[in-house]
Each structure stands twice: as C-alpha cells, then as structure tokens.
Design a binder for this molecule. Structure first.
Ligand SMILES: [Zn+2]
Ligand SMILES: [Zn+2]
Length: 289
C-alpha cells in the first residue's frame, strides 16, 4: 500500500509530504533530533486533503494507503525520539520509545507489501533491543465484557458490526474500543509478549542503574552511527581461581580427563565479553520529487 501512495506523485500534497519526509530523514542521519514532529505536523493539511480527495474520487485504496504512509512517516518521528533518548543517555525511558518504533514497523508490515527500508530497520531495532537488560515482562489477561467498533460504534461481541478488527476502512482502522472490563483474570510472566512495555525487574539492590544499562552504554561509547547495523558476539573468558593447572591440561588426579572437565570444574570464573561487530549501514529511502 505504500506503493499505491507513492504512485500518486502527481498530487502536489504527495510531493510535499515526500519533501518533508526527506528532510526528516536527513536530520536523522545528521543526528539532529530537535522537534521530532516538526515535519509531520507540517504535513497534516496535506494528509487531510488527500483523504478528502480519495473520498471525492471514491478511491478507498488511496484513503487506506494515505493512512499507511502516515504510519510510515510516524516511524521516523519515533526513531528520532528514540535516538535522542539514547544520545541523552536516558536509557530507562528509551526502552518504551524503542517499543513504539517496533510497533510502528509491525503495523506498517501488516499493510505494506513493499516495505522500502522498513524491514532493515526492524532488524536493527531488534539488535538494539538485545542491548537492554530486560528478559521478563508482565502480560495482563483480561475478560472484556463490552466493546464497540471504532468505525460504526456497534458491538463487536455479538456480530452486530460487519467490520473486521484490525482491517482498514477508508483510511481508518477498525479497533475494538473497550467499554467495560469484567475482570483482570491473571497476570502472566512471559519472555516474548506482544507488548514489552511492562517490564518485570527482580530487585537486586547491588545493581545500580549504571550497571543495569552498561551494555547499551558501552555500545554507544563506540560512537557508531545510529543506522549502523551491528552484531554482538559473546566471547567467553575464564579466570583461574588460583590453580596452576591450565583448563585444557590433563587433570593431575590421573583420570585422563581434561582439568576443566574433572577436578578443575569449579576452579574458574566465567566471564562474558561482548564484541560488537559493525556490519553495513542501513540506507534510508529518499523520494524523488
Ligand atoms: Zn463496525
Ligand atoms: Zn581430576
């Protein structure tokens, strides 16, 4: 659906939006993260005009692709907020902003078969995600008593409405607006929920904020461009607790096994070092105008 929007470059509103988005992407590449929504806001009128235009021409696909392009634009605004939080070392806050970007990408992915640079951006974001210390998340299970369709306002429970949840209708997404929650039946502790915003942290008083975000902090100290794809490889190191025998030598007890597999099992401390390997730089797509 991005392509359908792009094909309408004869509309001055579309080329205006292209120009603004190009500006935003240029700023992203220059680490100029002030006023993340500046360009997006300046495009509001253009987006609204395209919506009216699509209705006049009875072109639902244009209305829908207008919506998807807006989401695509929004992704770069959110990336700006995220990188800005990293730049300011505001790590705790940056986690939620990262989740916003990942949500945008997945949302775009649902509606766009041609994804431009979005697929690459998702890969990058997931590597950023791996730099955080979070592994457990809370996921609430709720029983919804009443919800209504965001398009027609009718109940979504008893099939009064014809809309399919999550589909696009004239540039609007059909959502279930929850009116009543019956019960919160449980909260599960999960490792890969759809929504990772609710982080579970086990209280470990010895760990300071600085230690908690050490991995991402160390990574950012390398000063790689934010759009640099990278790989993190763990490297294991062992430190002897004072024994003379080396790990791979035959055990002095005469068992014939290596020391590390026999009496030396408990004689070493294992350390992990993370080696960052820069890969390629993600190329942002610029629109010809
Ligand atoms: Zn409906
Ligand atoms: Zn032994």
């Amino acid at each position: 659906m991005l392509q359908y929007f792009i094909k309408h470059r004869e509309l001055r509103q579309v080329t205006y939006i292209f120009k603004q988005l190009n500006c935003l992407k240029e700023r992203l590449l220059l680490n100029n993260f002030d006023d993340a929504f500046k360009e997006f806001e300046s495009c509001q009128v253009a987006f609204n005009e395209i919506e009216s235009f699509s209705k006049q021409n009875n072109d639902e696909q244009l209305a829908n692709s207008n919506y998807v392009f807006k989401c695509y634009f929004m992704l770069f605004c959110h990336l700006m907020l995220y990188f800005n939080a990293l730049k300011k070392k505001n790590y705790a806050n940056s986690w939620v902003l990262l989740q916003d970007c990942i949500d945008d990408v997945r949302h775009i992915g649902r509606f766009a078969e041609e994804r431009l640079e979005v697929t690459e951006i998702l890969k990058l974001l997931l590597v950023y995600e791996s730099l955080y210390p979070y592994t457990f998340f809370a996921s609430p299970e709720i029983v919804i008593e009443k919800s209504k369709c965001s398009i027609c306002g009718k109940s979504m429970q008893n099939l009064e409405c014809d809309h399919i949840k999550g589909n696009l209708y004239w540039g609007k997404i059909a959502r279930a607006h929850i009116e009543e929650i019956k019960t919160l039946s449980a909260i599960s502790i999960v490792t890969h929920p759809e929504n990772k915003r609710c982080v579970l942290e086990f209280i470990e008083e010895s760990i300071t904020e600085v230690e908690k975000f050490k991995k991402i902090d160390e990574f950012l100290k390398l000063g790689l461009p934010y759009f640099q794809m990278f790989k993190i490889n763990p490297q294991y190191k062992y430190i002897s607790k004072g024994c003379i025998t080396k790990r791979n030598e035959k055990c002095p007890c005469g068992s014939g096994l290596k020391f590390k597999k026999c009496c030396g099992k408990e004689m070493f401390l294992k350390y992990i070092n993370y080696i960052v390997k820069p890969e390629y730089k993600i190329r942002l797509h610029f629109f010809g105008v």
